[in-house]
Ligand binder design. Sequence first.
Ligand code: MG
Length: 177
Amino acid sequence: MKLNKDLDSLTAAAKKIRLLLLDVDGVLTDGRLYFSNSGEETKAFHSLDGHGIKMLMSVGIGVGIITGRNSALLEKRASDLGIELLYQGREDKLQALEEIMASTGLESGQICYVGDDLPDLPVLEAVGLGFSVPQGHPDITAAADAVTENAGGMGAVREITDFLLKSQNKYASFHLS
Ligand SMILES: [Mg+2]
């Protein structure tokens, strides 16, 4: 992970996180939009990310999605992972964040966000901890608190879920040797 802040302050911020919010295209996917001849859209998700999301939820840290686009397949993926906070078709992501804070009662410092492009910037700046991905827009990778090693759709989210679990001393229980 490439840090834009010192590790101690990132770890301190990570200890407070109760909810991880994710952009989809470019974060949970590689950012490319795949269409079939019939016009149907497909996306590829990474199983490393899926397991990381489940690990996080199993220790009581929530996970939600805010995306500007709409797709039925995302509903399926979110439902497979047990994600109930699914905000699709939300071009104003800050508005979605405010709704989530109102409905969950969480404060901005308890929320972590991952985004890769300009619509993500207001949310990234509003929350307690903000991440981006190496192929993200340069303005976003500069504004984020840290940038993952793995690309979006290739395990970037797993890096972040592992970091949150380790920062909260909840990672070791998953290591079954
Ligand atoms: Mg995106």
